[in-house]
Design a binder for this molecule. Structure first.
Ligand code: ADP
Ligand code: ZN
Ligand code: ZN
Length: 764
């Protein structure tokens, strides 16, 4: 027999290897679902056995056949289900099986580290107390062995490591074991049942209806997909908590997926406060060891509540009973490289195969999710009211075409700002009333554009087709000194390229350098001049900047929370990091600095995403007893999309957009596939796409656009060219892809340009 092995290489094939006698355990082949190491060219790779096949069934000629090098797992680390899951992922997303499995595993397991921390204790067997039995097993002449045995007997009941410390090797233990002198006891961890730390809240009618539906599915042990469509602050989390409670009561595990930046100390605290249970959080900041421990605790059941980002869907669960995807519309649920999977689709598949209910929760479901609900594939529950006594926030458009956007700075000089006088007045009023203000702008840095006022030169990235963003250190280092702008550089947000900001134009040497627009730190500075500077105002308010530049350090979030949770009047300025999921009682005003850019973007999904962000950030206002207000600054107050959104709400807006998508036959009314080629020469990337496209079987029942430049055609010194396929029938599409893709990926030009495929892409 041979082993058929999936290896982490970019090839759509499995590899056959022989086994030598020493690789057999009790005459058994290395298990399916276990790892082995193999020679591969000049390298040693770690792969997973996916099948045992007869030698006669292998295509590899006997003289070419190699043997594996070592068996890593003597029992499977992937059960039948996980292997089937891997095969489905690999098939649906057209990604090689071996690489798919590598994505599913924590990196230490890809490196061949032990999957399970075995702590077994050795004990003397009953026979081992019988002198004649011992003598029959250990010859009196084997002095060393006899010595070890006596030492063992003195220290009965230790672990492998502890015996090693005494000088008894694993090999010796093994010999004693085979002679029937000692036997191992593996201690299985027992997990006490989860209990409640605090009583749950009494649900309102809408919440109760949703919970009843979910509980029923848990009780019936069936798959059902739910769309919990609830306005911000409507108590979705409370419904999750009570659904989790129900699953835990039945001894099951609950998996809660959160967006990458949504996993904050605040959200974790809510779970820890409610449940006395094994709660773990899994996210990108964990080190490899912590990640493996997380994987193990899902597997052995010590983790009862798992709060995690998308990749934990692939973990082995002892007894998973419920999957929740919070903020299910969030873009971070789609992986943008390697295995380009969407966590929602993947979770629904997982749920349906494993008979587990899946809840997608959002105040702003994606159009795909609306369509699934309309088609009856998701059971939709609406939560239309804010929970408790909170009322919905009020929207107001601020027409930016009117008035000038200047205000007085420290020494009375005029400062240009992206905040209108109306906005500044409203902020001042809110602060004076003792409340907090959130100012939202989805742009980091000081200013997005630096140009020469004399010749028009612009600071662009040398490696990408994009502008460089001007970064200046904010005022934190020396709060009240204007001279503290020491970090002054230009930065590319796509590839990380950085240079010192030139003081004169590199092209014409003029010193008339101008920056346009504002990022979060630019807005921070403007606000600082008005609200936090002792020279210009009597009352000082703290201003907190929250974006990737300020919240990268460990513990930074915690400090910010403590500050904001004092409830004192202050201003929070930030990117989408302030928009997601937070619950701050005293925020009365939310300002959306720029509502226009997103509606103007050419990506067909952009209006949807912009509306989601606006509604999410607006949802931070007035979440408890105070009234919330939302100011939206726009140069296009008549924009019908914007009007639709704030007058009729997101549901109506989404329905209107869906109709438009249907008319244009865009997803979710068609199924998209995006193929991308990249190369340092633009022409080579184009040639690749052209050649690949020419292999499509004709006539094809699809819309095919090729070649098209990627929205950002050059990134990190490579050119990106794409091909888009839009199909009406998903099954027909996959049928064609199955043959065509495996043929074209092997073309030399496809390899040269590292072509990739993205099923259900987020844009193009
Ligand atoms: P969402 O997740 O929909 O944004 P949350 O679950 O965070 O909403 O709820 C918003 C606030 O309302 C929280 O402070 C929460 O404790 C409170 N809340 C939720 N459900 C209820 C309820 N049934 N009765 C009273 N307060 C509730
Ligand atoms: Zn110039
Ligand atoms: Zn760049």
């Amino acid at each position: 027999m041979l082993l058929q092995i999936a290896l982490p290489v970019p090839m759509y094939t499995l590899f056959d290897y022989a086994v030598l006698p020493e690789h057999l355990t009790d005459g058994q082949l290395p298990p399916i679902g276990g790892r082995v190491s193999v020679p591969f060219g000049r390298r040693t790779l770690i792969g997973m056995t996916v099948a045992h096949i007869a030698k006669s069934d292998s295509d590899v000629p006997p003289d070419k056949l190699k043997a594996i090098l070592a068996v890593i797992d003597d029992k499977p680390i992937f059960d039948t289900w996980l292997l089937e899951f891997a095969v489905w992922l690999s098939g649906y997303y057209h990604y090689p099986l071996g690489e798919t499995i590598a994505v599913m595993l924590p990196s230490l397991l890809n490196q061949g580290k032990p999957a399970f921390s075995v702590t077994r204790q050795w004990h003397l067997t009953d026979h081992a107390h019988d002198e004649t039995f011992i003598q029959s097993k250990i010859s009196p002449r084997a002095k060393k062995q006899l010595g070890d045995f006596h030492l063992f007997a003195e220290h009965n009941g230790l672990t492998d490591d502890e015996y090693k410390g005494l000088g008894i090797t694993a090999k010796t233990l093994e010999i004693f074991y085979t002679k029937g002198l000692i036997a191992p006891h593996t201690t299985t961890k027992t997990t006490p049942p989860a209990t409640l730390n605090e009583p749950h809240l009494t649900l309102n009618d809408e919440q109760q209806t949703a919970l009843n539906g979910i509980k029923q599915a848990i009780d019936d042990g069936i798959y059902q997909g739910f769309l919990l469509n609830g306005v911000t602050g409507s108590g979705k989390t409370e419904v999750y908590l009570q659904a989790i409670e129900h699953a835990l009561n039945q001894g099951k595990q609950a998996l809660i997926l959160v967006p990458e930046i949504g996993l904050t100390p605040q959200s974790q605290d809510r779970f820890a406060k409610r449940f006395n249970a094994g709660i773990i959080t899994l996210h990108s900041r964990l080190n490899d060891k912590e990640r493996l421990q997380g994987w193990q605790s899902c597997q052995d059941g010590t983790a009862q509540i798992i709060i995690a980002t998308r990749s934990s869907l692939f973990y082995p669960f002892k007894n998973l009973g419920l999957i929740i995807i919070d903020e299910a519309h969030d873009l971070s649920y789609k992986q943008q490289d390697h295995l380009r999977y969407h966590a929602c689709d993947t979770a629904l598949y997982l749920g349906s195969r494993q008979k587990i209910p899946v809840i997608l929760g959002s105040a702003t479901p994606s159009l795909e999710q609306y369509k699934l609900a309309t088609d009856g594939k998701l059971t939709q529950y609406h939560l239309t009211k804010r929970a408790g006594n909170a009322t919905p926030p009020q929207f107001r458009l601020v027409d930016m075409r009117l008035g000038k956007h200047y205000h007085h700075g420290v020494t009375g000089e005029l400062i240009h700002s992206e905040l209108s006088p109306t906005t500044l007045q409203t902020i001042a009023q809110t602060l004076q009333n003792g409340h907090q203000v959130m100012v939202f702008l989805n742009r980091r840095g000081y200013a997005p554009i630096l140009l020469c006022g004399a010749c028009g030169w612009q600071a662009d990235c040398v490696r990408c087709s994009s502008h460089l963003t001007l970064h200046k250190s904010t005022l934190k280092k020396a709060e009240h000194e204007r001279t503290s702008f020491f970090h002054n550089h230009l930065k590319c947000h796509h590839c990380g390229y950085q240079v010192i900001t030139p003081t004169t134009c590199p092209s014409c040497h003029s010193s008339n350098m101008v920056h346009l627009g504002q990022g979060t730190s630019g807005i921070y500075e403007s606000l600082h001049a008005v609200f936090a500077n002792p020279q210009t105002s009597e009352i000082l308010y703290p201003i907190v900047q929250i974006d990737r530049d300020t919240v990268s350090a460990k513990g930074a979030w915690q400090t910010l929370y403590t500050t904001v949770n004092t409830g004192k009047p202050m201003i929070l300025v930030g990117t989408q990091m302030i928009a997601k999921g937070h619950h701050f009682d005293n925020v009365a005003l939310v300002v959306v600095v720029d509502a226009d850019a997103g509606f103007l973007s050419p990506n067909f999904r952009s209006p949807e995403h912009t509306a989601q962000t606006i509604i999410q950030v607006a949802g931070r206002a007035g979440r408890s007893t105070i009234k919330g207000q939302v100011l939206i600054q726009t140069y296009a107050p008549d924009n019908p999309l914007l009007q639709d959104l704030i007058r009729h709400g997101y549901d109506k807006f989404a329905q209107d957009l869906l109709k438009e998508r249907q008319q244009l036959a865009l997803p979710p009314y068609s199924h998209a596939v995006l193929i991308q080629a990249k190369h340092k020469e633009l022409q080579t990337a184009k040639d690749a796409i052209n050649e690949i496209a020419s292999y499509l079987p004709k006539p094809y029942p699809f819309v095919v656009l090729a070649p098209i430049n990627a929205p950002m055609v050059r990134k990190n010194s490579l050119y990106y060219v794409q091909m888009l396929i839009l199909a009406n029938s998903r099954s027909l599409l996959h049928q064609v892809l199955n043959d065509w893709w495996y043929q074209v990926v092997n073309l030399p030009i496809a390899k040269k340009t590292a072509v990739s495929i993205d099923i259900d892409p987020m844009g193009w």
